[in-house]
Design a protein. Structure first.
Length: 267
């Protein structure tokens, strides 16, 4: 599969660590130039991820492609416009956008449907929905040509209840991302632009492992015990789906929400 994305240029939001870092490195390994957007470009080190180079952008460049890193709060629409413009000025065109910025940051013990505070609700919606909306609005004028692909990251929690009623606003914000993805696919489809979302299940990143110690298991005492594939997901499991959607292999796929949860939605 090496070289399947050669010549393409991609933006990965939340790309400085966790799943986003894996997405960025996968696209780079397949030949794409990759720019990462993140509010904290040192987040991988903060969660103890082992980098193969001094920084994530150095890891990207080690694949023999161009790499850029922009520190930006994507919940700020004006800042997002400036960040996108910085990449466009450097590269002229963008072929792939992965809207990965987000996360279930609400404290677990106050994340029920009626127990989520107004402050937490605004934070979770800004981080998971508004970041995607801001990026898509800013990038759309630079994507209007056949073959471009927008990939939004949702969650398996949109389709199944695996948290005992917790993380309610997170699931709601990601459900809005899925619905927004479908509408955007209709709008951009006539220009030959595909828009899809990916719904990860229980994916073990360094951050998730650390946070999991403070929360009840999502599915029983062992999260993997009830997953049909009998293992938790790895970031590379989701990266494979992102690669598919970024490549021409998915040339006739748009408006879909593809699950990457090992079948957890079936239980």
């Amino acid at each position: 599969m090496a070289g399947t994305l050669t010549g393409k240029r991609a933006i990965v939001t939340g790309g400085a660590g966790g799943m986003g870092r894996n997405f960025a490195l996968r696209l780079a390994a397949r030949g794409a130039d990759v720019a990462i957007f993140d509010v904290d470009l040192e987040v991988a080190k903060r969660w103890g991820e082992e980098l193969t180079a001094p920084t994530v952008v150095d890891e990207i460049r080690a694949a023999g492609v161009e790499g850029l890193a922009v520190q930006v709060d994507l919940a700020d629409a004006a800042a997002t416009e400036f960040a996108v413009q910085e990449v466009v000025e450097a590269w002229s065109t963008i072929d792939v956008v992965v809207n990965n910025a987000g996360g279930a940051i609400t404290p677990f013990d106050r994340s029920s449907p009626t127990g989520t505070s107004e402050e937490d609700a605004h934070r979770i919606v800004d981080l998971n929905l508004m970041t995607t909306l801001n990026v898509c609005r800013a990038i759309a004028p630079h994507l209007r040509r056949p073959g471009a692909s927008v990939i939004n990251i949702s969650t398996i929690g949109v389709e199944t209840e695996i948290t005992g009623g917790k993380l309610a606003l997170y699931a709601a914000a990601k459900a809005a991302v899925v619905r927004y993805t479908r509408s955007l696919a209709v709008e951009l489809g006539p220009d030959g632009i595909r828009v899809n979302s990916v719904a990860p299940g229980y994916i073990e990143t360094a951050r998730i492992r650390a946070v999991a110690a403070t929360r009840p298991a999502m599915v029983g005492d062992d999260p993997a015990a009830s997953i049909p594939l009998r293992r938790s997901g790895r970031p590379e499991d989701v990266a494979g789906v992102v690669e598919f959607l970024a490549s021409d292999l998915s040339a006739y796929v748009t408006g879909d929400n593809i699950r990457a949860g090992g079948g957890i939605h079936l239980i």
